[in-house]
Design a protein. Structure first.
Length: 323
């Protein structure tokens, strides 16, 4: 199911939450809408689901204008950050709820519960209630419930935000595997760039209600459209070069004891050990501070050591470096 957004705009009083957004979302893809808090990403998702009505623009699904269509007719499975599970119902009854209100036969409901709890790896927890589950388990129940009625689209609004780092990492992997199994067009809203880059087929970066850049994870990371995109999707050094500024990611800096082609002197001010790699905080001439990430297999440099540094790749942008 292809989704096309045409000049979509949504205002709340004097605040324009979504500002003239035009975007095409690929059928069957897992698309991550990412950006800082207040950029409009959750509002955009709610417009697509039908929870909000746009002030201007249209939403087209497979050539049909669904802009004024109510939520129940859009075929959306929605997972909220708060999970929104019914606390008085068991896991099985929570998953069954969308099927029961559609009047599905009891035998079909039981079979679908079994399928979905196996899919989200919770087959033995059917009779527990939400308060007896961990945060990660509750999120998987919410996913199962969203998929129960075989939706055309699966929308997830910051689904892992309330979970700790390790649980988030596990659920990212499980969500990607789930997507490969069910092949439903999926939109994930997140403020976590790493999360978006790790699991999405396509990344849509938003800023102040507009789309800053969209494309595959490698496209937006390797060829950022602006300094904002560069910094939001990963750390980067800003190195003055006359009247210009050149941007270099930490892993794109080579550090060596002796001078080499294109290198410049630097001093190691701090060494941070990160397991498989080391992070060096360096001071270039002119008191320019930069960070370099180097493989842990390379010979280490001591704090205070004099070294030489050069970039394997540099980027510059027309216009203001602040954008």
């Amino acid at each position: 199911m292809t989704i096309a957004l045409n000049h979509l705009t949504k205002r709340f009083g004097k605040v324009t939450a979504v500002d003239d957004v035009t975007l095409s979302i690929r059928t069957g893809a897992l698309t991550a809408i990412v950006g800082p808090s207040g950029c409009g990403k959750s509002t955009l998702l709610r417009l697509l689901a039908g929870f909000e009505e746009p002030d201007a623009g249209s939403i087209i699904v497979d050539g049909i204008d669904v802009t004024g269509q109510p939520v129940r007719e859009r075929g959306v499975g929605f997972v909220f950050q708060s999970y929104a599970l019914f606390p008085h119902l068991t896991v099985a009854r929570n998953v069954a709820f969308p099927l029961e209100i559609r009047g599905e036969p009891p035998a079909r409901v039981r079979e679908r519960i079994r399928e979905l709890l196996e899919l989200v790896q919770l087959p033995d927890l059917a009779e527990r209630r939400p308060h007896q589950l961990s945060g990660g388990q509750r999120q998987r129940v919410a996913l199962a419930r969203a998929l129960a009625a075989a939706p055309r689209f699966l929308f997830l609004d910051e689904p892992f935000a309330a979970l700790d780092y390790h649980v988030r990492r596990d659920l990212r992997t499980q969500l990607r595997a789930l997507h490969e199994t069910v092949h439903v067009t999926t939109l994930l809203v997140t403020h976590d760039a790493e999360e978006a880059m790790e699991i999405a087929d396509d990344v849509v970066l938003m800023r102040e209600g507009r789309i800053e850049q969209s494309g595959s994870p490698s496209d937006v990371y390797d060829a950022p459209a602006s300094p904002f995109a560069l910094h939001f999707l990963g750390p980067a050094n800003a190195i003055p070069d006359g009247d210009a500024v050149r941007f270099v990611r930490p892993h794109e800096l080579r550090v060596a004891v002796t001078a080499f082609s294109g290198s410049r002197p630097a001093r190691v001010t701090r060494v941070i050990h990160l397991g498989a790699r080391r992070r060096y905080e360096l001071l270039l001439s002119g008191n320019v501070a930069v960070t370099a990430d180097v493989s842990g297999s390379e010979p280490p440099f001591a704090e205070g050591a004099d070294v030489h540094v050069a970039a394997s790749l540099e980027r510059s942008f027309a216009g203001s470096a602040a954008r």
